[in-house]
Each structure stands twice: as structure tokens, then as C-alpha cells.
Design a binder for this molecule. Sequence first.
Ligand SMILES: *Cc1c(COP(=O)(O)O)cnc(C)c1O
Length: 379
Amino acid sequence: MQKIIDFIQYTFNTKEFIPLHEPRFLGNEKKYLNECIDSTFVSSVGKYVDTFESEFAKFVGSKYAIATVNGTAALHIALLLANVTKEDEVITQPLTFIATCNAISYCGAEPVFIDVDLDTMGMSPESLKNFLEEHCELKDNRCINKTTQKVIKACVPMHTFGHACRISEIQEICEQWFINLVEDSAESLGSYYKGQHTGTFGKLGAFSFNGNKIITSGGGGVIVTDDEVLAKRAKHLTTTAKIPHPFEYVHDEIGYNYRMPNLNAALLVAQLEQLEKFLESKKKLASIYAEFFSSKNSIKFISEPVDSSSNYWLQAVMMSTKEERDSFLEFTNNNSVMTRPIWKLMNELQMFQSCQTDGLKNAKFLEERIVNIPSSVRI
Ligand SMILES: *Cc1c(COP(=O)(O)O)cnc(C)c1O
């Protein structure tokens, strides 16, 4: 195992502590932030939010992009716009960051957990189809869960660590069952499925720009959609549902203060300019890791699945057993190389223990074996 430490230190060219993922500010960040401060437009109004929204929409190939205060808020609003309300159910995967399930809960809905594919670590279209056929029926163009009699309103797959799940197949199944598809693309900026950018397959997609993501605004998120009505509603709901007026405060529904401040957008515009460079660096790092781990029998590097062009946001390896995983985590973290296990399954957390699942065989297998290794863009 010392060889792995040596290799990672050599790859990152340091003997100091190596974090899992740290941001890089190598472009116009300070320039734009200074401009922003000098202009005094640091908060809810300013040109950087507009610039970011149009540049981002262009990059992913969606018609509209609406910046938000963080990725969780983007998911929350996307789910509300997918008509998710109290007493509904939303299908998602158990292997995800807590934000996916929190956003579902904010709508008053309950998650239903469907298994993932072993190669993508994202929702399995096979498992989704099997679950729907076995447990659900269509009534008046609504998908009814026969076990609970509740409506399954939406489906939220997630592109784990930037590897695209089989999103076209999932999209097709959702269409057949009248389920709104909302993509949690928080981790997959720069990732494509069969040439199309992740987050643009569903009715709505959500991205995150938290400090640990591939580009960051300190904290931030964005909703993407091709639907003009939904885009306008998203902007309205995230900006306190205020009716535009030069001086009066009139609000026509209960809205949210979920807008992204101009200061954060200034940072983000500079980050977006460097995305291609970051992607190149991450793909290069993936090939370096892939080659190194190809000679190890007990550790398998996770490469992009077929049909996915991955951003390799967080690099991952699979250990052969839970015991080996635990000793790997112990050894690396004790030797200044930060590594982390994949998330605990959502259905095992106290809040979601009573939620319906389909068995989750693959998710359980991966949960015990997947470890993230240092993934920062190398300077
Ligand atoms: C980062 C992330 C989010 C959103 O996180 P925020 O910190 O609220 O921006 C949502 N889902 C997943 C899977 C994530 O990794």
C-alpha cells in the first residue's frame, strides 16, 4: 500500500497532505470579483448572473438556465416544477448525496429507492422498469404505486461522480409511465451520454457549484430546462415570486429566496471559462490512475462506462472486499492522502428507513467497496 501513497504523491508532485478535491482559481476570478465589488452590485442584481446563465445554457445545450443559491435549492425548485407535492412519491437511487433526498422531502414527498447499475453507479433502467411493472399501474395518466396508493410524480436519477447513468433508457421508461424526469446532475458538468450533455434529458436538470464540485461559485446551483414556461416559473419562484415593478413590493405566491448573488456569479463566470481545461486535466488524471491500477489485482479503477463521456469529477476505485476497503481508507488517511468511502445508502439513514426499495443488490455491493481518491485538477 505504501506504493500507492508514493504514486499519488508523485502524481500530485507533493509530500504534503493531498485533499480529495480542492478548487483551482487560475483565471479571471480576482478580476471579476474586483469588478463586482467596485460596481457595488454584489447581491441580487448584476450582470454576472445573466452572463453566467446564458453561457451555461450554451455550454450544456439547453434553452434556459436559472442560477440558484446552491444545488439543493435547484433540485427543490425543479421538483416543485415537476408538480411534486405533499403525499407524492419520487423514485431515486439509494447511492447518492443526501441533497437528492432532502429536496424530495422539502416537497413533502417520499423517496422510493431503485437499484443502480454496477458500471455507472447510477439508476438502473432495468430495475426501474421491473419495479414499475411489478408494483405500479397507470390510472388516468398517473403512475399509482399499488403498495401505497400514492402517485409517483417524478424520477430523479443521479450521475454518480460524473459518470452518466443510462439516461436515455430511463427517459423512455418515465415517458411510458407519465413520470416527470428530473436529473440530479450536480456532479456531472462536462459529462455526456451518447453525445448529449447530462441534465438535458429530463424535463428539468439541476447542477451544483459547491466548493468541492468541478467548478465552484463558493456555493451555487443552476436549473436547466428547454421549457420556456418552466424557466420563467423557476426564475419567479427563486426570486421571492416578486412581480417586476420599479418600486413596489408585490408577490403573487409564496416564493423562495434562492437566487445566486452576483458576487458568486462573478466567481462562477471565471470558473466556467476554465472548464475545458479542468476537464482535460481530470481525464488525463483518470488515464494515469487507470494505468497504475491495471497492474493491481485487488483494486479496480472505475473508468467511464460505455456511452458515457465522463468528467471524472471524483476519481474512484473499487476494492475487492469491505475489509480491504477499510484498511485502504485507514492507511491512506493516516499517510496524508485523503480518501473517502462512497455514501451510506440513503434507505439506511434514520429518516428514510421506512421507504420502499427494490432490494438494492448492486447498491449494497458498491457501498461496501467504492472509495474516492485524490481528484483535484493538477496545476
Ligand atoms: C453536490 C450535490 C448536490 C447539491 O449540493 P449543494 O451543496 O446544495 O450545492 C446535489 N446532489 C448531489 C448528488 C451532489 O453531489
